[in-house]
Design a protein around this ligand. Structure first.
Ligand code: AMP
Ligand code: MG
Length: 407
């Protein structure tokens, strides 16, 4: 049986990123940049005022000249017409371009204006004025030609403003995978039904669909597959025209665990089956070539928490790789155990946990009461999973642990 690390290596070696396509800004969130993004403008693009007030020459104020003629009014979007000489000022609005000759702005609240002799005047109610006051110089934030995002960056909603500012209205990114979800099992009934004896509600289907959709992916719900060779084979082959097919159930060693056999029969090449991890050991992964694309197939174990952990640990990483990103374990973070904890068994374990905030700056994780792979109750309070290596079963409070957050 392979280790978690070997499983990651195999995913990295096997999965080819999806084709790159120019994608419009409105659709970029969640994509991995296939190119560096270079600024095509300076930011700000001109010397500008950050206040409503009067653009002046600070040297005038230094010599005691505080009653100035107002020679122009400049609003945002205007191009100044005048070059300010000594004794002159320009009324200016926030964001407007500083006229040549001026090197500071006095806030309107610190001025009095008047009309005298058919001309506009302003008196500055200030003692002194530093050069550059309330002036934002061209290019101070970033300069034309500067790299503002590097290839591999995952676009977040908060990045969209900067991308718009630098004119990145279309950007090259790898496609997002199309996903199909197919839970399997004769015992499964829809969550709207009351299970009869021996039946169980299909938790995995809606959960896997929701987790994939939360990554911004388009997901096809293939319904439920029954444990029957012909019927299940047909359902599975219907999912193989997607970039990613996620199955649950039927991958263990029981006589009704038909999924691995059917997948092989349909030409999907097995890359690994079974990983030394708890929960989720029976996980199956394989690939099928489809012209210039590839279908990745995961068979997750049926117990809901096994499916959840398999998705969070491996499927998410595979999706990231399909989108051209690095295959890491999806931004694991480190912190301290808030409570002592005992693990059982010889496998590395992912344990549901919540983040604890207290008055210290140390990140802490609290292992939750959890009864194993069928127990979803603990997941209601969980923010992620703590990783416990197989080296030791006793974990004191304060131990440094790795945590895999859900988002
Ligand atoms: P399997 O991996 O098919 O042997 O299933 C293992 C356990 O998970 C069994 O107790 C199943 O009833 C349960 N199970 C399988 N699929 C689902 C599902 N979609 N939703 C909830 N429980 C499931
Ligand atoms: Mg089953």
């Amino acid at each position: 049986m392979i280790s978690i690390e070997q499983a990651f290596q195999l995913l990295a070696q096997t999965i080819t990123p999806l084709p790159v396509e120019s994608t419009s800004l409105a659709n970029l969130v969640g994509h991995v940049l296939a190119v560096d993004v270079i600024a095509d403008v300076n930011s700000p693009p001109h010397d500008k005022s950050v206040m409503d007030g009067y653009a002046v020459r600070s040297a005038d104020v230094a010599t005691g000249l505080k009653r100035l003629e107002v020679v122009e009014t400049i609003i945002a979007g205007d191009s100044p017409a005048c070059v300010l000489g000594s004794g002159q000022s320009a009324k200016i609005m926030t964001g407007a371009q500083i006229p040549e000759g001026a090197d500071a702005v006095v806030m309107v609240e610190q001025t009095e204006s008047e009309c005298a002799g058919g001309r506009q005047w302003v008196t500055l109610n200030i003692e002194s004025l530093a050069a550059e006051k309330h002036v934002l110089r061209c290019g101070i934030n970033f300069r034309k030609g500067q790299t503002v995002f590097t290839k591999g960056h995952v676009v977040r909603p908060t990045d969209i403003g900067l991308l718009a500012e630098v004119g990145a209205h279309v950007v090259d990114v790898a496609n997002k995978p199309t996903v199909a979800v197919l839970p399997t099992g004769n015992e499964l009934v829809d969550c709207a039904s009351v299970p009869a004896r021996g039946q169980i509600r299909n938790s995995n289907g809606p959960m896997l669909i929701a987790m994939a959709r939360s990554l911004g992916l388009s997901v096809t719900d293939l319904g439920v597959g029954r444990d029957d060779l012909a019927a299940l084979g047909e359902k599975i082959s219907g999912g193989l025209d997607h970039d990613l097919l996620i199955l649950s159930g039927g991958v263990s060693a029981g006589t009704m665990d038909l999924v691995p056999g059917i997948l092989k029969e349909l030409g999907v090449r097995e890359v690994f089956h079974k990983v030394f991890v708890k929960p989720g050991k029976p996980i199956w992964f394989g690939v099928l070539g489809r012209g210039d694309r590839q279908t990745c197939v995961f068979g997750l174990p049926g117990n809901p928490v096994s499916s959840l952990v398999g998705f969070q640990l491996f499927v998410r990483a595979a999706i990231r790789r399909q989108m051209g990103g690095r295959l890491d374990d999806c931004q694991a973070v480190f912190g301290e155990l808030s409570l002592p904890h005992e693990t059982r068994g010889d496998r590395p374990t992912y344990w549901p946990a919540s983040c604890v905030s207290d008055s210290t700056s140390v990140r802490k994780f609290k292992p939750l009461v959890w009864r194993g792979s069928s127990d979803l109750l603990a997941l209601g309070d969980a923010d992620g999973l703590i990783y416990f290596s197989a080296d030791s079963s006793h974990h004191p409070a304060g131990e440094l642990v790795k945590f895999l957050p859900f988002d």
